[in-house]
Design a protein around this ligand. Sequence first.
Ligand SMILES: *[C@@H]1O[C@H](CO)[C@@H](O)[C@H](O)[C@H]1NC(C)=O
Ligand SMILES: *[C@@H]1O[C@H](CO)[C@@H](O)[C@H](O)[C@H]1NC(C)=O
Ligand SMILES: *[C@@H]1O[C@H](CO)[C@@H](O)[C@H](O)[C@H]1NC(C)=O
Ligand SMILES: *[C@@H]1O[C@H](CO)[C@@H](O)[C@H](O)[C@H]1NC(C)=O
Ligand SMILES: *[C@@H]1O[C@H](CO)[C@@H](O)[C@H](O)[C@H]1NC(C)=O
Ligand SMILES: *[C@@H]1O[C@H](CO)[C@@H](O)[C@H](O)[C@H]1NC(C)=O
Ligand SMILES: *[C@@H]1O[C@H](CO)[C@@H](O)[C@H](O)[C@H]1NC(C)=O
Ligand SMILES: CC(=O)N[C@H]1CO[C@H](CO)[C@@H](O)[C@@H]1O
Length: 656
Amino acid sequence: MYVKNLVFVLCLIVSGIGLTTAQTCLETGNFTTNSTYGRNRDLILTSLPTNVLEKGGFFNATIGQEPNKVYAQALCRGDLSAEDCLTYVNFTAQQLITNCTNQKEGFSWDGDIPCLVRYSNQSFFGVLALDPIQEAINPNDINDAASNITQFFQVWGELMEAVATKASMGSSRLKYATGVADEIQALMQCTPDLSQSDCLTCLRTLVRRYTACCRTYQGGYVETPSCRMRWDLYTFFAPTTDTVRISLSPPPSNSPPDSTKNTTATIKENGGNQSRTIVIIVVPIIIFIAMVVLICVLLRKRRKSKRQMKTTGDDDGLESLQFDFKAVREATDNFSESNMLGQGGFGAVYKGRLQDGREIAVKRLHYESGQGKMEFKNEVLLMAGLQHRNLVRLQGFCLERRERLLIFEFMPNSSLDQFLFDPVKPRLDWDRRFKIIAGIARGLLYLHEDSQYRIIHRDLKAANILLDAEMNPKISDFGMARLFAADQTRDRTRRVAGTFGYMAPEYVKHGKFSLESDVYSFGVLILEIICGDKICNFRKDGVDLLTYAWRNWREGRALNLVEPFLRDGSGSRSEMTRCIHIGLLCVQENYASRPTMNSVVLMLSDSSMSIPMPSTPAFMLSASTVQSEASSSSTTDHNSDQCSRNEVSITTLDPR
Ligand SMILES: *[C@@H]1O[C@H](CO)[C@@H](O)[C@H](O)[C@H]1NC(C)=O
Ligand SMILES: *[C@@H]1O[C@H](CO)[C@@H](O)[C@H](O)[C@H]1NC(C)=O
Ligand SMILES: *[C@@H]1O[C@H](CO)[C@@H](O)[C@H](O)[C@H]1NC(C)=O
Ligand SMILES: *[C@@H]1O[C@H](CO)[C@@H](O)[C@H](O)[C@H]1NC(C)=O
Ligand SMILES: *[C@@H]1O[C@H](CO)[C@@H](O)[C@H](O)[C@H]1NC(C)=O
Ligand SMILES: *[C@@H]1O[C@H](CO)[C@@H](O)[C@H](O)[C@H]1NC(C)=O
Ligand SMILES: *[C@@H]1O[C@H](CO)[C@@H](O)[C@H](O)[C@H]1NC(C)=O
Ligand SMILES: CC(=O)N[C@H]1CO[C@H](CO)[C@@H](O)[C@@H]1O
């Protein structure tokens, strides 16, 4: 195993920093000395310095042919001069060559040498790596430095989020940002080959990690191979005009940012420098009176402009989202039967083509959604803010008398259940299925942890996973809760809603839903993807899917679960076993032992990570038991589809 969670203590002696370099040679495989792989590795590492200089601080390249192909990457901290970058990368690459004598993979952390060098026998370009994580701290207690710790943490959190967002919005050449809030200085950077959302996920993971382990210290850094953050109470980078600035004592809401040229300067002066205040007191009364008059005038102006800002601000966000009802009706051919894509718990979904040729999917919500216009608009705004590669994107809405329409991007490859369960469709190979599993996991992680709200999906299932043109999975039907009854947003529901088979036992029994019940549904989904059969239809050796998977896994024959088509294919057996293992962890009866989506994503992305043993899954919730309850409460035409829905499905958002 590699070095993990190692805490290096920065030695801070007055102003100097003791340099620590941290190198990790991964034990994922060895090459022999003087082999082609070794020669390729040395060659590409020695070529990095000049290339990274030429390419302006970031460079990735490959050399050789499989199986001796080597992938390498070098990245310098965003504020390094080209000359320093060359020197540091040269130094680091040389160290890697000498220290990782024959490991196939290795990298050097950013650490205090402000560059990252990484090489591997497999491609990692553009791939988010959240593991391993390394952190280092400045061991002094933060309480000694901050007078009001509550306020300090609040500002700290705001600054971190602002810097992370700014860094993620960088270009494909540089994703780097710095920020200053009074004495707090922060620096964040992603490898620029990451997408914006992956970068943001990465940085937020680091911030969470730092908060969990180290926030009582006066500074430190956390890094993964994909991104890094560092903060301290002194300047360790050169602030520029791009540096994010946040005021430590956030001015009360009555300070408009643009009404006067010099407002911010004045506020800073008042808050920060008392001697100036004394000078101001001594200033002739006439000037004082003039200022009072000025302030009065300003206040009045402000009140006016504030009111304006409020209304126009809301409309700005919504206007771009609002679609013309007539246009949408035309696009869907007056919601014709032939354009109907499906009938979900919230209403029917139609395909449409706008005049400009854009294809859309329109969800026509049931009339009884019973929500006022304002509430509906607010929820739409909130849903539109949920953006992730693995979530179906809300493009807009329509509000016309009792009509409530939601407009989504159109997914040409319909939904995952069709590819898994429809015998007529071509079978998906293992690599594709594995990518789909990983994509769903990332989407769910975003809903659970990385978006602004903690969102429980509550109806995760194959039919709610849509596929885009490249067969990337996108979760749909999230964030719908508030469009319906408000009391559904509590932790307990009056009625159990969801789809039988996917619902966690504690949810069915007690109506208690949680992040863990979503993880349960995800576990069922993994097992379905592997066996190619619906949980409600599956019957083998007289037992249901979960029992069958568990039994075979216990007896060391986990792969018995795998669909014959995959078993005959060339897919990685160890990946399949690993996925079954993770699936079983997710469907454990004891919800407290189910993994979080964060660890699921880690377990999926890092094949060397050890995974705990699962305990018994929820047997008593086998499809047969549920089915009898389901059919007794629903009409007979559900018999053909045993995965019957129960009431309406609802997603819940908890503001954090
Ligand atoms: C390489 O190994 C040497 C000896 O163990 C160590 O002193 C040095 O710090 C290592 N280099 C890096 C970059 O970790
Ligand atoms: C690789 O070599 C190191 C010694 O250099 C050894 O400790 C390790 O067990 C080897 N790993 C494998 C997978 O052969
Ligand atoms: C990288 O090396 C490891 C260990 O030898 C091997 O298991 C793996 O398949 C290799 N990956 C690629 C893409 O060649
Ligand atoms: C590797 O090659 C060099 C010269 O090409 C030779 O001196 C050295 O002994 C070789 N090492 C091994 C382990 O074969
Ligand atoms: C890299 O460092 C080595 C010494 O460690 C030096 O000989 C070489 O000239 C350096 N290369 C560049 C491009 O600076
Ligand atoms: C600390 O700051 C918080 C938030 O700004 C404020 O509510 C609180 O009263 C302050 N506490 C002290 C002791 O000043
Ligand atoms: C703002 O005020 C400060 C000091 O009061 C002054 O130095 C600065 O030039 C002013 N800036 C503008 C834009 O008026
Ligand atoms: C900056 C850079 O070199 N980016 C390259 C990294 O590798 C990918 C895949 O080979 C290329 O597409 C990028 O251009």
